[in-house]
Design a protein. Structure first.
Lengths: 399, 454, 274
C-alpha cells in the first residue's frame, strides 16, 4: 500500500522515488501473482474440473463424489498428521491409488473411469470409506457399444493368470516354510526365510494390490493403523517382520503366521477369480513401478525393520519382465518403437539393482545412501514412463 | 443294338409337348451321356426328374449305353498319350515287377506290350480260337474291343536299371527310388516297381479289360506288384465361353486349378517333356518323369472340419475353386499384394506348393490325379483318397521340391501317403517300326558299348 | 502408433464373417478356462515326467516286469494332452510315433519313443539295448515340458483339442492299433476321453450359454463311453488288454465316439472361435 502523502507538505524527493519504486514493485508483484495464479488455474483447467478431497484425521470431505465417465482428476489434500494413501475401489479391486501422501501436502490423482459406483478410501484404514459415482456420458456409451473383440489379448492374459497361479503356490510354500521355522522356535531360520517369502509376495504384489482388503491384512505397514505397531489390527508380513527384526522375538507370532497363510491362500483364490482386462494388466505394472519410484525407493519404509527392500524391488522387476514378455508379440506388431525403450529401461534398472548384490542376496537397505536410492528411483521412473506408453500404443483404454 | 421299348407317358406332366418314339429314344441316350446309366437322369434335366421317368422302361440288367465307346487316341506320336491327354473319368495305375531274366526277354516284353497297347487303344475284333482252348480275351468288352478313350502309358522304375539288363549307364539322371517324406507312412507292398502302366479311359471296365489283356499276354515277364484304381466326378459339359472347371477330389475341392496349360506345346516342352539335348541320356528325350503317390484322406475328420478352416488350409474357396477372395477358378492369386498371408495363409496348401515367385516358376508340375476308394479300415473309417500322379521334365525341381515345400503343412493332419513311386515315362512310339522302350534298349546295346569292367 | 479399434480388428483378422450364426464369446471369458487348461496340462506333464523317469529307470535296470507294468499308466498322461503335444510335431514324432510311420518299420533308425520301447518289451520280451532310447524318451519329455511352459496356448487350439482327441480315439483307439504289442489301448483310450472331457468341463459355462441341449447330449455320450470302458477296468485301476474287448462292446463304443467327434467339431464355432 503506498504511503499516503500528507496533504500540506510535499515529501522529500528520495522518499517520493522510493514510494514510486515500491508501488511499481507492488504492481509488478501483483501482476506476477495474478499471472501465476492464472497459470495455476489454467493448469487446473487443463485437468478440467479437479475434484478436491480433503483428508482429515478421521474423515474425508466431501465423502460422496460424483464425476462423469472418462478422465477425472482428484486433488487430495492431506490435513491429517500421517502420511496416508488414497484409493478408488471397484468392489474389492483397486482401480487407482496414490500412496504416501505426506501430511500437509496435496497430490493430484488422474483416473480414467468407466461408469459405475465405486468406493474411496479415506486415510487411516479404520476411517469410514466414501463413495464415488461415475455417470455415463454419450462418449462412454458409444465406447461401450464399439467395444471390439479382444481375442489377441486372451493369450497374454491367460499366461499371466497361469503365472499368478504358479507364483501364488510358490508363495504359499514359502510362507509355510517360514511358519515352520517360527513353530520350531528358530529365530535365525525364520529371519532367513522371511526374505524369500517376501520376494515371492513381491512377484505378485502388482496384482495382489488390486485386492484392497486382502492386501491390507497381508501387506499393510504399521503407519496405516491408529496405534501403529501396537495396534491389534497390525498383522501380516510386516507384523512378522517387526517381531523378527526389531523385537527379535517369536512370541505371539504363530497365530500371525497362520493367519497370513490363510490370507495368502485366499489371495490365490481371489487372484484367479478376478478377471483382469488388458488395460489393467498394464496399469498395475505401471502403478507398481511408480510406487517404487515415487515412494519406496527413497523412503526405505517398505521393509522398515528388516531393510530387505532391494529383495522386494528385484522381485517387482521379475513381475514387470513377465508382463513385458507376454505383451512383446503384440508390441512388436503395433508399437515397435516402444519396445527398445522398454527393454533398455528394464536392463538399466536390472543393472542398478544387481549393483547391490551381496552373495545370494542384496545389501541391507539402511546401508544404501540417499543418492543411490535416488538412482534406483530414477531408473524405475524411466521404466514406468516407458510402460505407460503401452496403453495408448495398443489402444487398450479404447478397448 | 437291341430295340428300346417306347417310353410310357410320364405320370407327371412334362412342360414340353409329348415326344414321339425317336425323340424319346434320343432322350434316353442323352440320359446316359457319360456312360453313367441311371445317374445320368439328373444331368439331362426337365422331365427326367420325374420319378416315373427315372424308372426307365429298359431292363434291369441292360448295359448302360454310351456313345463314347468308339472314341480313341492315336497310339503313335513323339510323346506317349495319357499325359497331356485330357483326363477321362477313370484311371488305374499298376506297378509291375519285371520277371525277364535277360535283355532278350526284356525286348520281348517291350515288343509285346507295344503290340497289345496298339490293339487296345485302337480297338477291333478279338481273335477267336478253338473253343476247347481258353479264350485269348477276357471278353469284358465283348467280341469287338472298343477303345473307349483308352490311353496306356508305360514308365520305368529305378530298379529296372540295376544289374539285370545292363541299363545302368542309361538311367535318367534324376530317377531315384522314392524316399519317404516326414508325414509318410509308406507300406512296402504299395511302393516302387520296375514298371508302371497307367490306364485311363471312360470306364473302369475298359481299364480292367486292358490290364487283364496285358497280364494274360505276359505271364512270364510281368508280375503285378500293386495297383490303384481311381475316378473323377464328371460334370455337365461346359457352356460355350465358360471356362471348363477342374474335377473335384475327395476333399470336395476342385483339383488341378493351377495346372499349366496342357494344350500349349511350348509350356509342355518347358515343364513336362525332357528336351532333346538336355543333360539326360539322349534316349530319354520326349519322355517325362512320373511321380505317383497314394495319399489316403481322413475323410471323416475332414468332413468334421469347419468350412472356413478347410478353405484356409487349402487356400481356395470350396464352392468355386477360386483363390481366396476371388470368383473364378481360373483367377491367379496375387501373393505380392498379400505378403503376410492375411488373405491366403502363408501355410495354405496352394501357396506352399506354388509360391508364384520368379524362382518357383522352375518348379511347376502337371497334375493328373484320380480319386480312389478302396475299403474300410479296422476302425470303421473309410479308406479313400487321392491317387496322385504328376509329370515333369525334372523330378527333383518338380515334385520333390514341391513336396518338400509342403512338408509340415496343416493339410497333413488329414493326409497319409501310404504308397506310390517314382518312374520315368518312356518317349513316344514314332511309327510301326518303333516300339515302346526301343530307344532305351538301343542306347544300351552291349555290342555298341565298350566291354564293361566288372 | 495407435490404431482405431476397427483397424486393429481387421489387421488381427478378428472380425467374424457375416454369416456367423454364433455370437462370439466375450474374450475375457475365455481367459479363465484357457489358463486353467494350461495349469491342467502343466500338471499332466509333471506327472508324465515323473512316471517316465520311473519307467525308464526300470527299463535301464533290466527290470522287464516293472517296465511292462509301468508302460501303460505312464502313457496316459501323454494321451490326455495330445493336442498340445502335437503342436510340437518333432517331439510328438520322437515320443509317440507308431511303426507304420516309418518305412523301415521297427528297424528304422528314427523310430523312437514309447512304441519303439513297447516293441522290445512286449514283442521281444527284452530290455536289451534300450539304454539310449530310454534316455532319449526322458529328454524328450523334459523338452516338451519346457516348450509347453513357454507356449501361450491359442484359444482355438485349446477348444479344438477336444475334437482332436476324439478323432484320435476314432482313428486308432477303437481298433486297438495304438499299442499293438502290449494291447494296452484302453488306457490310452481313457486318457484321450478324460482329456477331451476336461476341455468340455472347463468351457461348460460358456457352452451352456450358447446351447444347453448340446452340452447335455455331449455329457450323455461321454457317460456312455466311460460306462463301457469301465467294464474293462482291473482291480488295480488299470485296464484289460484290448483283445478282451467284446465285439458288441467295441460297437457300443463306436457310436458315441463318432457322435462326440461330430459334436465336439462344432465347439469352436459355438464359442465363436475360428
Amino acid at each position: 500500500m503506498p504511503n499516503q502523502a500528507s496533504p500540506q507538505a510535499s515529501p522529500p524527493r528520495a522518499l517520493r522515488w522510493a514510494v514510486a519504486g515500491s508501488v511499481i514493485v507492488m504492481i509488478a508483484a501483483g501482476g506476477l501473482f495474478y499471472y501465476a495464479s492464472k497459470v495455476a488455474a489454467a493448469k487446473r483447467q487443463a485437468n478440467h474440473d479437479e475434484v478436491l478431497v480433503t483428508l482429515h484425521p478421521h474423515s474425508c470431505e466431501p465423502n460422496a463424489l460424483s464425476v462423469p465417465a472418462g478422465r477425472a482428476s482428484f486433488r487430495i489434500v492431506n490435513r491429517s498428521d500421517r502420511a496416508v494413501e488414497w484409493e478408488i475401489l471397484d468392489g474389492v479391486l483397486v482401480v487407482e491409488e496414490r500412496e504416501n501422501i505426506a501430511p500437509g501436502l496435496s497430490q493430484v490423482i488422474n483416473a480414467n473411469l468407466l461408469p459405475g459406483d465405486y468406493a474411496i478410501t479415506c486415510g487411516l484404514l479404520s476411517n469410514p470409506r466414501g463413495t464415488l459415482h461415475v455417470s455415463p456420458t454419450a462418449a462412454s456409451d458409444a465406447a461401450a457399444k464399439a467395444k471390439p473383440s479382444m481375442v489377441a489379448f486372451v493369450g497374454p492374459l491367460s499366461e499371466f493368470r497361469v503365472y499368478l497361479s504358479t507364483q501364488s503356490s510358490a508363495l504359499i510354500k514359502a510362507v509355510t516354510a517360514l511358519e515352520h521355522a517360527i513353530e520350531a522356535g528358530d529365530l535365525g531360520q525364520a529371519q532367513a526365510l522371511y526374505v524369500p517369502a517376501r520376494a515371492a509376495y513381491q512377484r505378485i504384489a502388482l496384482a495382489a494390490q488390486r485386492l484392497a482388503e486382502l492386501d491390507n491384512t497381508i501387506n499393510a505397514r504399521a503407519d496405516y493403523f491408529d496405534k501403529r505397531e501396537q495396534d491389534p489390527g497390525f498383522a501380516g508380513f510386516h507384523r512378522i517382520e517387526y517381531a523378527l527384526f526389531q523385537q527379535r522375538t517369536l512370541d505371539g507370532l504363530m497365530p500371525v503366521a497362520q493367519r497370513l497363510i490363510a490370507d495368502i491362500t485366499t489371495l490365490k483364490q481371489q487372484l484367479l477369480a478376478q478377471s483382469l482386462p488388458p488395460e489393467q494388466l498394464v496399469s498395475i505394472v505401471v502403478r507398481n513401478l511408480n510406487s517404487l519410484a515415487d515412494v519406496r525407493a527413497s523412503s526405505g519404509e517398505e521393509e522398515r525393520y528388516s531393510h530387505t527392500d532391494l529383495n522386494g524391488f528385484a522381485a517387482n522387476l521379475v513381475a514387470t519382465r513377465k508382463v513385458v514378455e507376454l505383451l512383446r508379440p503384440l508390441l512388436s506388431k503395433s508399437a515397435a518403437e516402444l519396445l527398445p525403450k522398454i527393454d533398455s529401461a528394464v536392463t538399466a534398472l536390472d543393472a542398478e539393482l544387481n549393483g547391490f548384490k551381496v552373495n545370494e542376496g542384496y545389501a541391507s537397505y539402511d546401508s544404501v545412501s540417499a543418492e543411490r536410492r535416488t538412482q534406483i528411483a530414477d531408473k524405475a521412473k524411466v521404466l514406468a514412463d516407458a510402460l505407460d506408453g503401452i496403453d495408448p500404443a495398443l489402444g487398450l483404454s479404447g478397448l | 443294338m437291341e430295340s428300346i421299348p417306347p417310353l410310357a407317358f410320364p405320370a407327371c406332366k412334362p412342360k414340353k409337348k409329348p415326344m414321339n418314339d425317336s425323340e424319346q429314344f434320343n432322350l434316353q441316350r442323352r440320359r446316359v451321356l457319360m456312360g453313367m446309366g441311371a445317374a445320368g437322369v439328373a444331368l439331362a434335366g426337365t422331365a427326367l426328374s420325374c420319378p416315373a421317368m427315372a424308372a426307365s422302361p429298359a431292363q434291369v440288367t441292360e448295359a448302360p449305353s454310351s456313345d463314347k465307346t468308339e472314341d480313341r487316341h492315336a497310339f503313335h506320336g513323339k510323346h506317349q498319350t495319357g499325359i497331356v491327354t485330357p483326363r477321362p473319368a477313370c484311371g488305374m495305375l499298376v506297378s509291375f515287377d519285371v520277371l525277364a531274366s535277360d535283355r532278350e526277354d526284356l525286348e520281348r516284353l517291350f515288343r509285346t506290350l507295344n503290340e497289345r497297347i496298339a490293339f487296345l487303344m485302337k480297338g477291333g475284333p478279338v481273335t477267336q480260337v478253338d473253343p476247347k482252348l481258353p479264350p485269348v480275351d477276357s471278353g469284358i468288352l465283348g467280341p469287338v474291343v472298343t477303345p473307349d478313350n483308352l490311353t496306356i502309358t508305360v514308365s520305368v522304375g529305378e530298379s529296372l536299371f540295376d544289374e539285370r539288363f545292363g541299363l545302368a549307364d542309361a538311367k535318367p539322371k534324376r530317377l531315384i527310388r522314392m524316399v519317404g517324406f516326414p508325414n509318410d507312412a509308406l507300406e512296402a507292398d504299395c511302393c516302387h516297381g520296375d514298371l508302371s502302366v497307367q490306364f485311363c479311359s471312360n470306364t473302369t471296365d475298359t481299364n480292367i479289360h486292358a490290364l487283364r489283356d496285358i497280364v494274360k499276354n505276359l505271364p512270364d515277364l510281368l508280375l503285378v506288384r500293386w495297383k490303384q484304381e481311381g475316378s473323377v466326378p464328371p460334370q455337365a459339359p461346359a457352356k460355350p465361353g465358360v471356362p471348363a472347371q477342374s474335377a473335384r477330389n475327395f476333399l470336395g475341392f476342385r483339383d488341378g486349378s493351377a495346372n499349366p496349360n496342357s494344350n500349349d506345346a511350348k509350356t509342355m516342352d518347358s515343364i513336362v517333356w525332357v528336351p532333346p539335348g538336355s543333360d539326360e541320356p539322349a534316349w530319354a528325350a520326349n519322355g517325362s518323369y512320373q511321380a505317383v503317390r497314394i495319399i489316403r484322406n481322413f475323410v471323416e475328420r475332414w468332413d468334421r472340419t469347419p468350412l472356413q478352416e478347410q478353405e484356409s488350409i487349402l487356400g481356395r474357396v470350396k464352392s468355386t475353386g477360386a483363390p481366396m477372395g476371388g470368383e473364378h477358378e481360373t483367377q491367379v492369386p496375387d501373393y505380392a499384394k498379400d505378403p503376410e498371408g492375411k488373405l491366403t495363409k502363408l501355410d495354405a496348401h496352394i501357396r506352399l506348393a506354388n509360391p508364384r515367385t520368379a524362382a518357383t516358376q522352375a518348379n511347376l508340375i502337371l497334375r493328373r490325379p484320380f480319386n480312389y476308394s478302396n475299403g474300410v479300415n479296422k476302425n470303421g473309417q473309410l479308406d479313400m483318397g487321392l491317387l496322385f500322379i504328376c509329370y515333369q521334365a525334372d523330378l527333383q525341381k518338380g515334385f520333390i521340391t514341391v513336396q518338400t515345400r509342403l512338408n509340415g503343412e496343416p493339410l497333413e493332419e488329414y493326409l497319409k501317403p501310404v504308397g506310390g513311386g517314382y518312374f520315368f515315362t518312356l518317349p513316344g512310339v514314332i511309327g510301326d517300326k518303333d516300339f515302346i522302350g526301343r530307344s532305351l534298349l538301343d542306347a544300351t546295346q552291349p555290342a555298341l558299348q565298350p566291354k564293361a569292367t566288372a | 502408433m495407435k490404431k482405431s479399434p476397427l483397424a486393429l480388428l481387421l489387421t488381427l483378422g478378428l472380425l467374424n464373417t457375416p454369416h456367423s450364426a454364433f455370437a462370439a464369446t466375450a474374450p475375457l471369458e475365455l481367459v479363465g478356462p484357457i489358463s486353467d487348461y494350461k495349469i491342467y496340462v502343466t500338471e499332466q506333464l509333471d506327472e508324465l515326467a515323473s512316471h517316465t523317469q520311473q519307467f525308464t529307470d526300470a527299463v535301464k535296470k533290466g527290470d522287464l516286469a516293472t517296465a511292462k507294468k509301468l508302460y501303460a499308466p505312464t502313457r496316459v498322461y501323454y494321451e490326455s494332452i495330445e493336442p498340445i503335444a502335437e503342436l510340437f510335431s518333432d517331439l510328438d514324432a520322437s515320443i509317440d510315433s507308431r511303426v507304420d510311420d516309418h518305412e523301415k518299420g521297427v528297424k528304422a533308425e528314427d523310430f523312437s519313443g514309447f512304441h519303439r520301447i513297447e516293441y522290445s518289451l512286449f514283442s521281444e520280451n527284452s530290455t536289451q539295448g534300450l539304454g539310449e532310447l530310454a534316455d532319449g524318451l526322458n529328454k524328450d519329455v523334459k523338452d516338451l515340458q519346457t516348450r509347453v511352459a513357454g507356449l501361450t496356448f491359442p484359444p482355438e487350439k485349446v477348444v479344438g483339442g477336444a475334437a482332436a482327441l476324439l478323432e484320435e480315439v476314432a482313428a486308432t483307439k477303437i481298433s486297438g492299433e495304438e499299442d499293438r504289442y502290449s494291447h494296452t489301448d484302453l488306457y490310452d483310450f481313457q486318457g484321450n476321453i478324460d482329456g477331451a472331457k476336461k476341455i468340455v468341463d472347463l468351457f461348460r459355462p460358456q457352452i451352456e450359454k450358447q446351447d444347453a441341449a448340446f452340452i447335455a447330449k455331449v455329457d450323455k455320450n461321454f457317460a456312455m463311453v466311460n460306462k463301457t470302458l469301465a467294464k474293462y477296468k482291473t482291480r488295480d485301476g488299470g485296464f484289460e488288454t484290448y483283445d478282451k474287448v467284446k465285439e458288441n462292446d467295441r460297437k457300443a463304443l463306436v457310436g458315441p465316439v463318432n457322435t462326440l467327434a461330430e459334436d465336439l467339431s462344432t465347439l469352436r464355432g459355438k464359442l465363436g472361435l475360428n
